[in-house]
Design a protein. Structure first.
Length: 488
């Protein structure tokens, strides 16, 4: 559990303290276990695999689904959408458009969606809801719709409120329903551990709500319909969920958004000389509303101690458990609901940052507010926004970056394109305290690329000698972030 991991971290710190105070001895330098061991977990990536089992012919049963994590090298992507191109593979189109700028991807995506949309005269759906019972009415209405009808045009009406839905009512419905659905008080979702703008699935959702899986299926349909109909939703999700929707690889770093303390403690295990001293076993302790339960990460896990020879396996099992297994049923319901509307293959041209922009829209960024609420550290601290390099930075962001690139810079540094309602002065860090957008200096010799620390809303900006060079590497960094390639 987290407590045991924390104890291991304390031991590590004590070891470091004692070693630094010991007298110098003329011994040949020795590699630590961390330096001499090739850690598999650092190179491991998992992809969620959603498998559909069709119901028997002439049966009234619905198909069933399974979701699991497979190693990225074993993952497969479907490239066929039966209703498009006579069901032939879209692999060439998907490959070509995946390499294009966001606006070209979206234009192609809209062309494909137009082929799937059912014309108004061939049937449409009217959804009537009571404003005072909005969420439950909406869930019941949308869940009652057959999957093949989800691509029809929806018209919304609030009961006892006359008004023609020419788009305004639909916009309001998507905004209000998503706002209510993602409210942590409803207990289906909780905040990301490093950014309160982003929501993650609450592992205890089933205890709070007997119908939680219907609500997650409804959430998937709501998000899918929003993308299909060019609507905007109120909730930003954690990065691992966007990756699940896209079928993108998940790595150890994705754990940080779900549980920053566990991520930090797991990574530190590789620096311990003797992991057994932590007294860990292959279990995780879950606290469901005060009821503590031990969950085994592998058969007989409670009786297997974590030691130097199996710690890598332990970390990988923790990854599997925290990235999917503990919320497997909820993720499965959400994915099935999403793909009821938007075929999975069409989404594969986008990266996870672009999916957030599709769902939540490009943020309205007040550049003056952003500049006024930025802190400076390192060589930039004394002159702040007047330093030559930070001047170039703001000139590039303000004058050269379009709205998409501004949003990607925000995603790169803070983990999301969302800006708090109160503006940049209300940005929070991983400790829920205010942590303003921060520009910190690093020598160019350390890294020619800017580096981001999303826990602290901080960008490490090299001391470039020219504005042209900064623009080149800053632009590359904010676009490479989504590829998963390490720019070190």
């Amino acid at each position: 559990g987290a407590a045991a991991l924390a104890a291991g971290e304390k031991k590590l710190n004590n070891e470091q303290d004692s070693s630094s105070s010991s007298s110098l001895a003329l011994k040949p330098p020795q590699l630590t276990r961390s330096e001499s061991t090739k850690w598999a977990f650092e190179k491991t990536a998992f992809v969620r695999e959603l498998t559909k089992h069709e119901a028997p012919p002439n049966s009234k049963e619905k198909p069933t689904y399974e979701v699991d994590l497979v190693r990225a090298e074993d993952a497969k992507l479907t490239t066929v959408v039966p209703a498009i191109n006579q069901g032939t593979s879209l692999a060439q189109d998907l490959s070509r458009y995946a390499a294009m700028p966001f606006h070209q991807k979206e234009a192609w995506f809209r062309q494909q969606i137009a082929k799937l949309q059912v014309p108004w005269e061939e049937g449409h759906i009217k959804i009537n809801v009571r404003r005072e019972n909005l969420l439950e009415d909406s869930m019941e209405a949308v869940e009652s719709i057959a999957q093949h009808e989800m691509k029809k045009i929806f018209r919304f009406e609030f009961i006892n409120e006359p008004g023609v839905d020419a788009g305004g009512v639909a916009r309001e419905w998507f905004q209000l329903v998503s706002d209510t659905l993602f409210n942590p008080d409803f207990a289906l979702w909780s905040y990301s551990s490093i950014n309160q703008m982003c929501m993650q699935i609450n592992p205890s959702s089933g205890i709070a709500n007997d119908e939680h899986l219907r609500y997650f299926h409804f959430t998937g349909r709501l998000l899918g319909k929003a993308v299909f109909d060019r609507q905007i939703v109120a909730g930003h999700l954690v990065r691992p969920l966007y990756k699940h929707v896209l079928g993108w690889p998940l790595t150890i770093e994705d754990l940080e958004q779900l549980d920053a303390d566990t991520y930090a403690n797991l990574v530190k295990l590789k620096d311990l000389e003797d992991v057994e001293a932590c007294c860990l076993d292959f279990t995780v302790t879950e606290d469901h509303w005060g009821d503590a339960q031990a969950v085994e990460l592998k058969p007989n896990g409670a009786n297997i101690a974590v030691a130097n020879d199996n710690v890598d396996e332990y970390i990988q099992l923790q990854m599997r458990y925290r990235l999917l297994d503990r919320v497997k049923d909820q993720v499965k319901a959400l994915l099935v609901g999403f793909y009821d509307v938007v075929p999975e293959a069409l989404l594969s041209v986008f990266d996870f940052q672009e999916l957030e922009l599709l769902l939540c829209g490009l943020p309205e960024i007040d550049m003056e507010d952003w500049k006024q609420n930025t802190d400076y550290t390192g060589d930039y601290e004394r002159k702040g926004a007047s330093h030559k390099v930070t001047k170039w930075f703001w000139e590039i962001v303000t004058d050269d970056f379009d709205e998409e690139h501004k949003a990607r810079l925000l995603q790169f540094v803070t983990g999301t394109s969302g800006v708090p309602a109160q503006g940049f002065r209300a940005l929070q860090g991983n400790d829920n305290n205010i942590r303003k957008f921060t520009v910190n200096s690093i020598p160019e010799a350390v890294s020619v690329f800017p580096k981001a620390h999303t826990c602290f809303n901080r960008i490490d900006l090299p001391l470039y000698e020219s504005k042209k060079k900064m623009k080149k590497f800053l632009t590359m960094a904010i676009q490479m972030e989504a590829t998963g390639f390490d720019i070190d």
